[in-house]
Every structure is written in structure tokens, then in C-alpha cells.
Design a protein around this ligand. Sequence first.
Ligand SMILES: Cc1cc2nc3c(=O)[nH]c(=O)nc-3n(C[C@H](O)[C@H](O)[C@H](O)COP(=O)(O)O)c2cc1C
Length: 320
Amino acid sequence: MSLKIGNTELAGSVILAPMAGVSDLPFRLLCHEQGADLVCMEMVSAKAIAYRNRNTRKLMQIDPAERPVSLQLFGSEPELMAEIAKEIEEEPFDILDINMGCPVPKIVGNGEGSALMRDPKLVEQIISKVAGAIKKPVTVKIRKGFDDAHVNAVEIARIAEGSGAAAIAVHGRTREQYYSGKADWDIIRQVKEAVSIPVIGNGDVDSPRKARAMLEETGCDGVMVGRAARGNPWIFRQIREYLINGREEPKPSLEEVRSMMLRHARMQVEYKGDYTGIREMRKHVSWYTAGLPHSARLRARINSVESLKELEEILTIGFC
Ligand SMILES: Cc1cc2nc3c(=O)[nH]c(=O)nc-3n(C[C@H](O)[C@H](O)[C@H](O)COP(=O)(O)O)c2cc1C
């Protein structure tokens, strides 16, 4: 069950995926508390760090209580990425991850994220430079390939291993698929068979049963959960319980959902201030309450909420 990535020992093998706009510090703390064995930060641009961008620095805030934590860099210039990796190495993250999966046009247009999978030579240069520059383990997150005509996850994983990567995460979709269709778990199995570093499977794990199925079908060493964790940090506890004891935990009660939302909102405000914290909390409330009775009405009210006090009132009195 445990998983070792370089010198970082994880207590188990269930990981919160990096999600820009979602896996911020408050959310990571809650997922850690609920049993995520590793939490991944929102991607940050190596160039933006080099330019001392203030928003980027905020994204890099880490609380020792959330560790082990993985910081993800994106970029395409080997020298710059290695320089930045070295510059930030003293920050309290445990693992440095390199993004080779982002499908967003602006990123791909700059030759970053999933665009790197079209250039194996550059992949090799980036990983070997970054891994050579720091002592902390360097991991890589890739997709199945760029498009159906270029499925090369196995080739890229071999290059990553040969260049010093300590583990590789594979999202079983091509860049062209974005998040649509079904993730191809067979490509995860193929990568697992091709390399001896730990392989983390990713794509469509939304329940404890799916987590176990992915581990069994692909032989992967860990599972990474993305969208299904939104509004549902309990999923980590549920998966862990199922993998260890075969027990299916009940869904959280309404009271648990309410108290998690309240804590989440207070943490958002603490880290981001009232204005941003509350606005960002709106989407989390939508995720927490999706499918619950009267959730549409609650969401309508939450979407015009301006302060923590107002939000607390709605969640305390108006919820249920
Ligand atoms: C809103 C959102 C933001 C994401 N941001 C990142 C990111 O910053 N870095 C990254 O490597 N992947 C990112 N991803 C991809 C996820 O890490 C994951 O690979 C993908 O959602 C598939 O896993 P899932 O089916 O469990 O959601 C993002 C996905 C979503 C939905």
C-alpha cells in the first residue's frame, strides 16, 4: 500500500491530482486530513517565478501540515526550469513535478504542457536538467499522447525514467480528448510494464471500487484522483478504507457536508481574504452540494454572497 517516490515515503498510494483553480492550500489541507497520501499543487509557470510574479508566489504557499506535497512546474526551457527548480528547492515541498499534460491552447501554443509530448528530445533535456539540478525527487505527469495518431506515453515514460524521474503519473487521455470520453487504462498498464519507477494511474477514478479496479487492471503503484475530489475530500478516506479493509464507508451526512463547507470557507478567507476567498468558495459549495436536496436554491443564494458572515448564516440556517 505504501509508495516510495525517490526519498519521499508515502503512507499509502492515493493522491490528490494537481488541479489549477481547485487544489489550492485550503483544499489540499482538507484532502490531506481526509487521508490523501500525497497532495499536488496547482501548476505554476517557471517563467512566472523567474519574473517574480506575485500571484504565482501566492500559489506556491505551502503549510507543513499538508505534507507530503508535490509542487508542479510548467515550462519548456530546460535551463530555465532547472534554474527555477534550484531556486525554489528550499521551499517546503517534497516532490517537484513537471507538467507534460496540460491541454489548454495558450499553454500548448507556447510549447508547454502536453505539447512537450510531441518533442521527446526536449522531454529528455528538461527532465535530466531539472533532476540534475536538485536533490528532491522529480516526477513527470503525462497523458496518453498528443492525439490518437501520436500515442507515445510508453516512449515518454522510458525517457523520463532514463533521465532521472523518480515516478511518472499517466492520465489515460490524449491532449485532443481534453477531459472527454473514457480514460484509457490500458495505456497505464503498458507504461507500468515498460518502466521500473513507480507509475501513478490517473483518469476517471471516482469511487473506491474504481480505485481498486485501476490498481488491479493496470498494476499501477498509486492512483490519482482529480475531478471526483471536488466537493468531496472524503473520497480519500473512503478509498483508503476500501483498499485496506474492503469496507465501503457511507456517504458523509448532511451535517458533515455542512461543517466541511464551513471550515473550508473559513480557511479560504484566512488564506485569501474575504473578497477572493468567498468568491472562490462559491464553486466549492456547488460541488459539495451537487445532488443534495434543494441544492439549486442554495447555490443561487451562495452565488450572490459577499462575506463570510453571510455565507455562514446561509449554511447554518438555510442549509437542508
Ligand atoms: C479544473 C482542472 C484543473 C487541472 N489542472 C491541472 C494542473 O494544474 N496540472 C496538471 O497536471 N493537471 C491538471 N488537471 C488534470 C488533472 O490533474 C487530471 O489529470 C484529470 O482531471 C484526470 O483525472 P480525473 O479523471 O480524476 O479528473 C486539471 C484538471 C481539472 C479538471
